[in-house]
Design a protein around this ligand. Structure first.
Ligand code: PLP
Length: 394
């Protein structure tokens, strides 16, 4: 075997021996609460399509109409000739939805964080992040080459220490704090009011990734920032368009000048073909529905299902967290135990993946349950039956 093949095989064997090997699972069906992988029907407890919009006729029709009007692909990057009317329409709708001066859409949430953070921070600047932020923010810090400090999850004392360190060691640097509002793997919520007060005291800036808050929290469903009445005090808001909004992509929301700077400096925006008309039109329709009575109905259904899911867990002897969010983790500990629990649930017709290192800490492997507005009490009854199946004796 060549050195190349040996290297690859050894790496894969290493992952397998640690129960960290990942495989793609192909589904034959729509992103609905029940899916099929060609072998069996499964109730899906792992989708981020919280309001069930990805599979709604409204979004599908909007995407089809955009294909007829604008084509299947955008043809080039946004700054060359890839900005079609539908792109600017989406950005206007996004800014209006969040109540900010302007918004900028990116191909993915991942590209959004990367483009924004590298546009704002240089090597001499400081980024301070919560220990549990999404990989896209960590990777953005690496790309920016800036000084990086990590504070313990939601720990304000530790955050303050890192701010003091930044002010002392890098007094002339820009300092940016980045956190999620609803944490993607734990479903808990950042103490945003305290974080805003700290960043104001220390002259830092704040970026909040509302991937899992947008569409679900706040009076106008803008997110946790709105719920905590902090819209005017957060410099950079981020959302993904592929979760509650039901389409795909990501966006930054803020002042007109922030957006102008990103258009000029965000490399993932500049050097990438514009999002497809279909995904842009679907996102625009998703944002529109979110804000109407249909969106509110779906949100009410979602919260009712969240409460029911928690009761299902409590009834089967688990203790889910007290925060109300559609992400409910069941911590298993080792990768092996998360994997075997996930496989066992699969055999009972439940789709919930084992989330393992490096997505979460090594001893924090878990089943990450998510629930959507389209789940029913019957789905939960089947989950409860599956959860109460005794674990295999080893
Ligand atoms: C999903 C997610 C992203 C990435 O968004 P994509 O559109 O899937 O690339 C970024 N941040 C958080 C917190 C997420 O959960």
């Amino acid at each position: 075997m060549s050195a190349f093949c040996t290297y690859i095989e050894n790496e894969l064997e290493d992952l397998r021996s640690k129960d960290l090997f990942r495989q793609i699972r192909t589904l034959d069906s729509l992103p609905a609460p029940t899916v099929s992988d060609g072998k069996r029907e499964l109730i899906n407890f792992s989708s981020n399509d919280y309001l069930g919009l990805a599979n709604s006729d409204d979004l599908k029709e909007a995407a089809k109409a955009a294909i007829d009007e604008y084509g299947a692909g955008a043809g080039s990057a946004r700054l060359i000739c890839g900005t079609q009317r539908i792109h600017t329409d989406l950005e206007e709708a996004l800014a209006e939805f969040k109540g900010t001066e302007a918004a900028l859409a990116f191909n993915t949430g991942y590209a959004t964080a990367a483009g924004c953070i590298t546009a704002l921070l240089s090597r001499k600047d400081v980024l301070i992040i919560d220990k549990l932020v999404h990989a896209c923010i960590v990777d953005a810090a690496r790309q920016a080459g800036c000084h990086l400090r990590v504070y313990r999850h939601n720990d304000l004392n530790d955050l303050e220490k890192k701010l003091q360190w930044a002010n002392k060691k890098h007094p002339d640097a820009r300092t940016l704090i980045a956190t999620e509002s609803v944490f993607s793997m734990d479903g808990d919520i950042a103490p945003l009011l305290n974080i805003v007060e700290l960043k104001e005291n220390y002259g830092a800036w704040l970026m909040v990734d509302e991937a899992h808050g947008t569409g679900l929290f706040g009076e106008h469903r803008r997110g946790v920032i709105e719920e905590y009445k902090l819209s005017d005090r957060v410099e950079i808001q981020m959302a993904t368009l592929g979760k509650a909004i039901g389409a795909s992509g990501g966006a930054i929301f803020g002042s007109r000048s922030l957006i102008d700077l990103l258009i000029n400096h965000a490399r993932s925006f500049i050097y990438s073909t514009a999002p497809t008309p279909a995904s842009v039109a679907a996102a625009k329709k998703g944002v529109e529905i979110l804000q109407g009575t249909e969106g509110e109905k779906r949100r009410q259904r979602l919260w009712a299902m969240v409460d029911n899911l928690k009761n299902t867990f409590i009834d089967s002897g688990q203790s889910p967290g007290i925060v109300r969010s559609p992400i409910v983790p069941l911590i298993c500990g080792s990768s092996e135990s998360a994997l075997s629990r996930s496989e066992q649930l699969y055999d009972s017709g439940i789709l919930v993946p084992a989330i393992r290192y490096p997505t979460v800490a090594r001893n924090q492997a878990r089943l990450r349950f998510t629930i959507t507005a389209d789940h029913t009490l019957d789905h939960l009854a089947q989950l409860e039956a599956a959860l109460s199946t005794p674990e295999d004796d080893e």
